[in-house]
Design a protein around this ligand. Structure first.
Ligand SMILES: *Cc1c(COP(=O)(O)O)cnc(C)c1O
Length: 379
């Protein structure tokens, strides 16, 4: 049996009529950039979050740095984040001209550890940029309290956790802006690049709208800006898909529960941790081998047996070539949990369109490997 890592094509086939109809509508409309499909999707997305504004942009990366620019974050400023994330989090801070200051993640949730943030704050710190890693929200209540105390912005890197929420808070409630990515791998993904900023701030809304469109909010009038718009074709596709996000999350959570149950007795593997009261949306279902030296072995075993497992992310940002890229990044202190995460992580196939047989096959293969290697635990 082969179990693929992505369900994009299955998903397309499941709602082909809805997607095709929206694409057709855009094609026939004659307006493909900043047209009515974008406007409609922005309204739907803002409504979905229960927030005032949603602005479609070209990518999740652009969503982040456009917000930084809108907030006046740039040269000489610092943003606090983690290194166990997709590279773009730090890249966006660098594009804005600021410096990433890395603190460790929590050993269980893998999101930024709020207890490490205050020690990293300097007079140059402007923002905290928590990543809702793998589909689980960071501890936004603690982060908000620190930000309030030190007068900092909070920008959520929510590329991975749309439809998730925390214990007693929703995304966007405790931050200045929420940044989304719509590249196909994400829980809400289009057939290409896309992103959005969701915010209650009229100032951020106005600034990002101008910046994404050549510094223009009135025909022929410009200040310096960029070209970072969400195309109407993508907006139309995303409108069709947004209607299904809840049912897709429920399916992800169902498969996660099945993995949890099937793998709960593996002594040499840690399973993903869902914090109490949080709705984890399992963008990725990431297990960790207890011993770093066993990770590649398990990954190879799965791959050799037809299971397309991957690693997110085997090279943490501070381990990438060229670090720290001049003054682009620095560490506030040791980050053993991020390093452990990079060394031990394995992402099992996780998408709504999986079947019971596929999930059970993956479980069977992990259990086979786990039993064969259990002597390591007894030693
Ligand atoms: C995908 C991702 C991004 C970047 O989004 P793009 O749309 O690919 O630019 C940023 N941060 C995280 C955590 C991501 O997973």
């Amino acid at each position: 049996m082969k179990v693929g890592f992505y369900g994009h094509v299955r998903q397309y086939h499941n709602i082909k009529d809805e997607i095709d109809a929206n694409i057709q509508e855009v094609l026939e409309s004659g307006s493909y950039v900043m047209g009515s499909a974008l406007k409609r999707f922005e309204q739907e997305l803002a409504g979905y979050f229960g927030m005032k504004h949603a602005i479609g942009v070209n990518s999740g990366t652009d969503a982040l740095w456009l917000v930084f620019l809108a907030l006046g974050i740039g040269e000489g400023d610092e943003c606090i984040t983690t290194t166990n994330t997709f590279f773009a989090t730090a890249e966006a801070i660098w594009i804005a001209g600021a410096t990433s200051v890395f603190v460790d993640c929590d050993s269980r949730t893998k999101c930024i550890d709020p207890s490490k943030i205050e020690a990293a704050i300097t007079p140059r710190t402007k923002a905290i940029v928590p990543v809702h890693l793998y589909g689980q929200c960071a501890d936004m209540k603690s982060i908000r309290a620190i930000a309030d105390k030190h007068n900092l912005y909070v920008v959520e890197d929510n590329a991975q956790a749309i439809d998730g929420d925390g214990e007693g808070f929703k995304q966007g409630e405790l931050s200045d802006a929420v940044c989304l990515s719509f590249i196909i791998q994400k829980n809400l993904g289009t057939f290409g690049d896309g992103g959005a900023v969701v915010t209650n701030s009229d100032e951020i809304d106005r600034a990002v709208r101008k910046l994404r469109n050549h510094g223009s909010d009135k025909r022929s009038a410009h200040s310096m800006g960029y070209n970072s718009r969400l195309d109407d074709l993508h907006a139309g596709i995303l409108s069709a898909k947004l209607k299904h996000i809840k049912e897709w999350t429920d399916l992800r959570r169902k498969w996660a529960a099945r993995y949890d149950q099937g793998l709960k007795d593996t002594a040499n593997i840690d399973l993903p941790y869902q914090a109490p009261g949080y709705r984890h949306v399992y963008h990725l279902y990431v297990i960790e081998t207890k011993k770093a030296e066993q990770r590649d072995d398990l990954l190879k075993y799965l791959n050799d047996n037809g299971v397309d497992a991957k690693c997110h992310y085997p090279i943490a940002i501070h381990q990438q070539e060229g670090y720290p890229w001049g003054k682009a990044a620095r560490m506030a202190g040791p980050i053993p949990n991020c390093e452990q995460n990079a060394a031990t992580c394995i992402s099992l196939p996780m998408y709504p369109e999986l079947t019971e047989e596929e999930v059970d096959y993956v479980i069977e293969k992990v259990l086979e490997w786990s039993k064969a290697h259990s002597y390591v635990e007894q030693a």
